[in-house]
Design a protein around this ligand. Structure first.
Ligand SMILES: Nc1nc2c(ncn2[C@@H]2O[C@H](COP(=O)(O)OP(=O)(O)O)[C@@H](O)[C@H]2O)c(=O)[nH]1
Ligand SMILES: [Mg+2]
Ligand SMILES: [Zn+2]
Length: 363
């Protein structure tokens, strides 16, 4: 009998137990990835923490980077003794926070799996940008996790109410919570969201205060923050390379992710509908049912922007993200085509070999 208490605190439930029973053999245990550095994952299992890599077969059968374990994944693990294990399979992900890998490659990168809520953290200091919040929201909606906008560093912002109103205008139907992690202000606003067993990922650029916020909620200085590392290492801003999932005293599970330099959309256009519901609603009144709001006559969206009902910068931001999403779709299609052609080529070569081997020999 497996000791379940340990993993129940990490979000284990009946549905996952059924999925595990369906694919696990004798001697295998379930585990959740709570720490991740390169190829090595640390999993919380009924036997305690196990450090594990994927099996050779897992690696062989994976169709791309998105198939490999990430923070928050549930896995089928073979304990190898001495705190080590081997990952044989992953349980189906309920949500996956996916972005495009940095650079040119058309490859998805899963930044976290089985996340219920995403805290999109922005700092209210010099680098604050509404347009970035719009981009984050579009990505968050497509992940399957529910977004919450967290505005940090309220202590640096005298015009707080005006900023919150601006953010609420772009974060339609999404909770906006303003806090100061440093001065411990407004943290009570986050409490209703910190439900036991719920997995929450903090996302935001480096320096917005994600680690500081998690430390406050944990009640201990668990994660290094940039000022601390500046002081101790005598260099510039440090970058976290390890991802970690921690359990708060109240039972909520928090994922600290390294700062994201680049957050490119991976999903298609449809993910924009939720982030830009106001534009979708206006579009219903455009003259052409398939209006692109790019200068067509009778465009209700343009009219709203010109009449001041819709912020022109918000419309621009929507059109830009839509172009980006379409471009991504095209690149994905092209890649899929190339892969299909390659597979077809391989199949043909295999068949040819087969035919040659079976060719009747006439003497
Ligand atoms: N003034 C102010 N500074 C903060 C606040 N929260 C974090 N910081 C500072 O912002 C810097 C970056 O914080 P850190 O938690 O490392 O950011 P991360 O990169 O998002 O994890 C550090 O110097 C923190 O002390 C806040 O609420 N107010
Ligand atoms: Mg950090
Ligand atoms: Zn239109």
């Amino acid at each position: 009998m497996i000791e379940k208490a340990m993993i129940e605190e990490y979000g284990w439930d009946a549905e996952r137990a059924a999925q595990f029973e369906a694919c696990a053999g004798p001697g295998l245990v379930p585990g959740r990835v709570v720490r991740q550095a390169r190829d090595l994952s640390t999993l919380m299992t009924p036997l305690g923490e196990l450090a594990a890599e994927v099996s050779g077969r897992f690696r062989h059968e994976a169709s791309g980077p998105a198939d490999f374990p990430v923070i928050g994944d549930w896995a089928v693990v073979e304990p190898l003794g001495e705190g080590r294990g081997l990952i044989h399979a992953l349980l189906p992900r309920r949500s996956a926070f996916t972005r495009k890998v940095a650079g040119e490659a058309v490859e998805a990168q899963v930044a976290g799996a089985n996340v219920d809520t995403v805290f999109l953290v922005s700092g209210l200091d010099g680098d604050f940008k509404l347009r970035r919040i719009e981009r984050y929201l579009a990505t968050a909606w497509s992940s399957g996790a529910a977004p919450v906008v967290v505005l940090n560093k309220t202590d640096l912002r005298p015009d707080l109410e005006a900023v919150i109103a601006q953010v609420e205008a772009v974060a339609l139907g999404v909770p906006v919570v303003a806090v100061s992690a440093l001065a411990e202000g407004g943290l009570a606003g986050l409490e209703p969201l910190l439900v036991p067993g719920r997995t929450i990922a903090l996302l935001g650029s480096s320096g917005v205060g994600k680690s500081t916020l998690i430390n406050r909620l944990l009640g201990e200085e668990r994660f290094r923050t940039s000022s601390m590392s500046d002081a101790t290492a005598g260099r510039g801003r440090h970058t976290t390379t390890t991802r970690e999932l921690v359990r708060l005293p109240g039972g909520a599970l928090l994922v600290d992710t390294p700062g994201m330099r680049e957050l490119q959309l991976w999903s298609g256009e449809e993910s924009l509908d939720r982030a830009f519901g106001d534009i979708e609603a206006l579009a219903a009144r455009c003259h052409f049912p398939d209006c692109r709001h790019e200068g067509e006559p009778g465009c209700a969206v343009r009219a709203a922007a010109e009449g001041g009902l819709l912020d022109g910068r918000r419309l621009e931001s929507f059109l830009k993200l839509r172009r980006e999403a379409r471009f991504m779709e095209l690149k994905k299609d092209a890649k899929a085509r190339r892969q299909k052609e390659k597979a077809a080529g391989r199949e043909f070569a295999a068949r040819l070999k087969e035919v040659k081997r079976n060719k009747p020999r006439y003497q």
